[in-house]
Design a protein around this ligand. Sequence first.
Ligand code: FAD
Length: 420
Amino acid sequence: MKNADVIVIGAGASGLMAAYTLSKAGKTVIVLEARDRIGGRIHTISDESFFKHAELGAEFVHGNLPVTLHLLKKAGIEYISAEGEMWHYNNGKLAKGAWDIEGWDKVMEKLSHLDHDVSIGNFLQDNFSGDKYEALRNAVSRYVSGYDTADPFSASSFALREEWENEDEGAQYRVTGGYGKLIDFLANDSKTNGAAILLNAVVKEVRWGNGRPEVLTADGKKYGAGKLVVALPLGVLNRGAIIFQPGIDAHENALKQIGFGAIVKLLFQFKERFWETGEAANLGFVLSAEEIPTWWTQYPTHSAVITGWLGGPPAECRKHLSDVDFLRSGIRSLANIFKRKPADLENELVSWKVVNWTTDSFTCGSYAYDMVNSSAARKTLEEPVDDMIYFAGEYLYEGAAMGTVEAALSSGLNAARKLE
Ligand SMILES: Cc1cc2nc3c(=O)[nH]c(=O)nc-3n(C[C@H](O)[C@H](O)[C@H](O)COP(=O)(O)OP(=O)(O)OC[C@H]3O[C@@H](n4cnc5c(N)ncnc54)[C@H](O)[C@@H]3O)c2cc1C
């Protein structure tokens, strides 16, 4: 059995941040990662003939986020502004500007008086019922599904009110060379400080009854440590992929009080940037109600790659479609939005990729969102089990950047500081 001061389960942003911090503080660390690569929901592929530096998972730094930007600076990794124009496609017309939701002010007004938390779906049914408000209910639900990748009938109205009242239209960046560079920096520095990062190590069981945690992997190997950092996606934990012996009921119940969304991401590379015509030369994002509703370009980089995004219940419902079905949905959506023939677009397609994170068994979804009791659940999860088992991950973060790389890095850092 291999031993260390700390075992970290999961080599995503949160697990690697914990390993980086702990190994720097002189702890011996073993990281156990199920896949044959590190990074988890950060997955940059670099292929000169295909999408150069394409992000299959996380892509943007959503604002001036302190932990991410500090690390990028420390690692000497550059980042560039990713602010393209917002466009929307509605009633058969592609138009510049955000897609204003008619009646949004009324929703915000009613939300401001809400004194007990309910799901946003229930809030809309209670306050905006009937045919008159159907379009408004649909538009708000589409927004919650698309941006938060959340189920409106689970997502907390209080959390969304907080998010919408403090919406920051400000800075947004892309990491030059891809987010994977940040992951490589954390991993390489951890290894320099003596950490071992073991790939293809699928953890199945954690035994902790004897005062010292033991971790068992699918290939029958055993690892022992004084402390354990569980840095796994919420979707993986909630499907019971790991058995804790003895059970950790309070923590497992708390995990179920936080929402975890669904996402399918599509990357299409065409011969030409057909979307860059006339007024749309600086097009960044397009919102629509098409089968694949949200699209964005690589603006200001002039690349012939366009990315599609299907989140929330529509992604959950359609998660078992084949990649080719998603390809066709994507082509139909783009053809409608940009007034092209689907067959022509198919002919102009050079390469494509469908990244279905929702059926990926080492992720099982997108990222976390708040349900009605999530804040209290996070307080439980911030406490270790018997001073031995610590949790980390993007879902353990209070604030506007929940669900992001920033949240994952911050959570890994917090877990490590408790152990240092
Ligand atoms: C499509 C998509 C787009 C996104 N876009 C953005 C964005 O633009 N900006 C942003 O800030 N955030 C974005 N996010 C969110 C961001 O990627 C995540 O919040 C963050 O990367 C999560 O890090 P983590 O360490 O918590 O989890 P993960 O990165 O999921 O890491 C968990 C690790 O655990 C491993 N694992 C799973 N099961 C086992 C097991 N049994 N044994 C051992 N290891 C296991 C996984 O393989 C994985 O490596 C996006 C997410 C997705 C899915």
